[in-house]
Design a binder for this molecule. Sequence first.
Ligand code: UD1
Length: 422
Amino acid sequence: MRYLEIAGKKPLCGELTIQGPKNAALPVLAACLLGDGPCVIENCPQIQDVEDTLALLRLLGCKTSRSGHIVSVDASGVEHFSIFGAEAERIRSSVLFLGALLGRMGEAALPYPGGCAIGSRPIDLHLAAMEKLGVRFSKRSESGIYANGSQMRGACIHLPQPSVGATENTVLAAVLAEGETVIGNAALEPETEELCRFLNLRGADIRREPDGRIRISGKKVLRPVRYRLDADRIVAGSYLLAGAACGGSIHFHNLPLSQLSALLAVLSRMGVTVTEDGVMRATGRRLAGGNVTTAPYPGFPTDLQSPLMAAFCLAQGTGQICETMFENRFRTAAELRKMGADITIEGNCALVKGNAVLYGADVCAPDLRGGAALVTAALAASGRSRIQGYGYIARGYENICRDFQGLGAEIRLVDDEDKRVW
Ligand code: UD1
């Protein structure tokens, strides 16, 4: 068992380069299946979800290699269409192999990605979209699904809500399907855009209409390419919020500013400045006042809701956060309370009292972004904290200790024998 040990109450000062984006790397890696030859992905984060995705690709017959942040995937030898196994059950994004395998093999067999700590996370929208494309689900059991796409053709699909995963799955299935596919109410998230950019570079024909619909003209083959992923806007946002909670000044080398407008508006209300060239300053009096409601992009991201909760505890006034997407994200509040936070949950809204005097405590990350929130609170608290559940944090943050140590924080990863790992 590993845990993070943090001695807090220091401002965060220094320079930081943001890692590549988890939520774009996962669909882009799945999209490497859609054609022969090696695709090279640069700036691919070294995180557990990416490693699990690479393991799934190898299971299917792909050759994969990694040199630092450069990953190569050659799908020339793909022979299988089933990804049953531990990795597929562990990561939610294994569901994207449904669309990718249907596009590549015309068949797909996969386990349900299962529940997740942040909520129930159904895949009904994914399955309904595939059915519109002519996919038949010949076997559906408790443990998984078998899909046949031999009759797949382009279709008009309207998503009842702009699900990121359902949009990406539909894109993956449709790029090689005969005819034209239109996805109405498609997700606008930058990671979905990045998947489409990657596929277009490979020779796909995917266009975003002015009203947000995605229009795809099916192609027969895609070519291998080299592609560089952007910076991770959620990791960037978490670190901005840690800076807001602790105070200080951080110079980000690659802040994806245009993707962070909703957060920047909240930070600005909190008195935190972020310049065009990526310098964040949180040196004055910070206010938490205001209501924030999570929403699909370009709204305030649900993935930053927990880190925001931690930052609100340290600001002045009372802030309200309403969560509209994942029902279990407020489990972080119970852990923050162990550190002295005053948070009241009413339905899907949390009232966070600012001016909290946070102190170090033993806490446990309830999920990936909740883990980042606890790190934020511990960095701002007096005394030492121990955060269990590092495995969740490692799913999305390549090396959170290295990043915060570079900003002057006292944080280390300790293993069972009390041996320093980082
Ligand atoms: C993706 C992101 C996740 C982020 C989320 C919302 C990845 C790997 N993960 O998750 O980090 O928090 O977008 O920005 O990219 N829903 C259904 N039925 C479905 C699919 C979704 O009811 O078939 C619901 C969900 O329960 C949720 C909402 O739609 O309430 C949005 O989910 P969705 O956009 O699909 O999120 P994910 O793609 O799972």
